[in-house]
Write a protein that binds this ligand. Sequence first.
Ligand SMILES: Cc1cc2nc3c(=O)[nH]c(=O)nc-3n(C[C@H](O)[C@H](O)[C@H](O)COP(=O)(O)OP(=O)(O)OC[C@H]3O[C@@H](n4cnc5c(N)ncnc54)[C@H](O)[C@@H]3O)c2cc1C
Length: 489
Amino acid sequence: MRTQTSGKTDLHQRFATIVGDSNTISAASELRTYECDGLTGTRVTPALVVLPGTTEEVSQCVRLANELGMPIVARGSGTGLSGGAVPSPESLIIGLSRMNAILEVDLPNERIRVQPGVANLDVSRAIAPHGYYYAPDPSSQSVCSIGGNVAENSGGAHCLKYGFTVNHAMGATVVLADGTVVSIGGPLADSLGYNLMALIVGSEGMMAVVTEVWLRIIRLPQKTRTIFATFPSTDEAGAAVSAIIANGIIPAAIEMMDQLAIKAIVAATGVDWPLDVGAALLADMDGIAAEVDHTAEAAIASMKQAGAVDVRTPRDAAERALMWKGRKSAFAAVGRISPNYYVQDGVVPRKQIAAVLREIARLAAEAGLCVANVFHAGDGNLHPLLLYDARVPGEEERAEHVASEILRVCIRYGGSITGEHGVGLDKAPYMGELFNENDLETMSLVRCAFDPAGRLNPGKVFPTPRLCGDRPGPFVLSPLERLDIAGRG
Ligand SMILES: Cc1cc2nc3c(=O)[nH]c(=O)nc-3n(C[C@H](O)[C@H](O)[C@H](O)COP(=O)(O)OP(=O)(O)OC[C@H]3O[C@@H](n4cnc5c(N)ncnc54)[C@H](O)[C@@H]3O)c2cc1C
């Protein structure tokens, strides 16, 4: 009789023939690294992890996983915050971290071709000497991967003016669910046919495994002016954001922090921001030099008119870098003032920011919890951080409850359940509150065109993970089963 251990060894060896023994992970202690992403409360140990080095190896691993009936979860750096890379116990994780080469830099056409494991910031670092950068800048940019950015359509502080990943990922080489390798889009400004690249971006690892990406790169701006402004409360700060944009000025970035977030950031990074204010805005105005001074002055005037207590600009590049480091380290900083916190991600129309923040404060107060807010204000993309202590019975549950209610508030104010962190595992239950059954069915059918058996990252995004085309409620035969395109395995 074969033991479980010998079954595991067989599995290890079969994949090791593709990627090599040292790139195949089956030891229980090592698999634990892959049991969760940034949503650390949900942990599942996968059956096996492989770290392929080429597109061909990814393709072979996908084919073998299919043969063995294993679900497949692509994984970049594991910084996702919605549980997108959380496996099921029988899953194969395809880790793309070894595929981290920059393959081609094409400055005349403002393009760069990279493997998916390249860290976001490394793209900008590679082209900075030539006067270029890659615009989407998640706060996790020093570690998160381009493959993960594509799968999540990641945003960042500077996406207000320059757009999200979907505006910068032009083409990709991908491995489909049956192992077929295809090219989608490409370096050209407008590729022929359906815009499949826009489908792959944001598909959360459920349509294909991305193994190469063509990115748009842009010239570093001639000049950037950073403005830091403090306000009595988030009401005035929110009004300032709306006023600046209503005046026809699109800042490169405009980020808001409330009092608790400011306190955490000051304690962690040493920025000399005042602690006795209700909120602060950190904004960048960039472009050609002649324009920037004008737009910066106009933005400062709008901030003052909206009730800014103090407006200042950094003395030099070092102070500017420290200010942005402060903002980008905010999540980690909050970790120093609370044993645990839950990051929520919702989006609301910009003009509703102040009202929604008041609702969030009320919900947190009713639950006896503190909330820190630090977010991309220009996009209306809120990130309330609910502080709790998991050692105190009931606190974690209360934080999760408030986090759910925050999503409902976002929906009620005309917003959505995710601004940039994706739906993943965490928010799948809320999809039915935002979309009706026809909407979900249509999305599910698109996914099925790529992956009829639901092999890639099953159980994510859709409220019911049974099969493509399934929906909540009593059992009904899926349209794909009726057409005999897919079956229940
Ligand atoms: C401190 C912190 C700050 C953050 N700030 C931001 C922010 O400002 N903006 C923002 O948008 N996000 C932010 N995030 C979330 C996260 O960093 C992004 O979602 C990021 O794009 C995830 O990249 P990753 O490489 O870590 O992907 P992973 O977490 O490994 O995976 C994320 C999803 O992508 C899929 N995937 C990964 N690689 C591939 C591939 N090659 N092919 C197909 N599917 C793939 C996975 O299956 C999973 O569904 C933050 C996270 C942290 C921890």
